[in-house]
Ligand binder design. Sequence first.
Ligand SMILES: Cc1cc2nc3c(=O)[nH]c(=O)nc-3n(C[C@H](O)[C@H](O)[C@H](O)COP(=O)(O)O)c2cc1C
Length: 197
Amino acid sequence: MVRLVPCMRLIVAITGASGVIYGKRFLEALKEKNVETHLIISKAGEKMLQYELGVARKDLERLASHVYDEDLLTAPIASGSFITDGMAIIPCSMKTVAGIAHGYSENLILRAADVTLKEKRKLVIVPRETPLNAIHLRNLLELAMQGVAVIPAMPAFYHKPEKIEDLVDFIVGKVLDALGIEHNLFKRWSAPTAEEK
Ligand SMILES: Cc1cc2nc3c(=O)[nH]c(=O)nc-3n(C[C@H](O)[C@H](O)[C@H](O)COP(=O)(O)O)c2cc1C
C-alpha cells in the first residue's frame, strides 16, 4: 500500500456554536487533501454534533489523524515546540472567542489557540452567533488585531447556491483559502458574460 506523506499539519477544533456541519465538511476536505489533522471537539461541540447532524463524536473523529480530549492539557499541541502549520476553529463559539481574546487557556482548544498566536502561526476562526453584542464584537476585533483570520459563518449568494451543501462549501472554501490550501469548493467570481448580465 502506498502511503502519502502529509503536505501539512493542522490543529482543528469544533466548538459548541451552531454550524458543526462546517467542521465536518472541513475535516472531509482536509482528509481528501492528505492534511495531517489534530482534532479537538469540545463537550458542547459533541452535543451539537448529535443534535444538529445526528453524528456521534467517534464517527467524526475517524476523519482526523489524531484526536484529543479538550481536558488533555498535556497533549503535544499544548506546546509551541510541536510544530504545526496553524489552527482552525470551525465553528467557533463566543465563549471560545472570549477565551482566546483574553488569554484564558482553561482547556486544550484555548491553549492550542494561544500557542498558535504566540508562535505567530495561522489562526483561523469561524464564529457563529446572531445578533452580536458589543462584547462579542470587541473580542472579535481584538482577535482580528492579533492577526487572526475571522471568517464568520456568513455564506454568500453570488455563486448561486442550490443546496445547503453549497452554502457550507462556500465558508469551508474561504477557510481553505486563508490557510493557503487549493480547492474547488465554490466557483470563484469572474465578470459576468453578456448572457449572464
Ligand atoms: C442549541 C444551542 C445553540 C447554540 N448556538 C450557539 C452559537 O451559535 N454561537 C455561540 O457562540 N454559542 C452557541 N451556543 C452556546 C454554546 O454551546 C456554549 O456557550 C458553550 O459553553 C460553548 O462552549 P465551547 O466553546 O467550549 O464549545 C448554543 C447552545 C445551544 C444549546
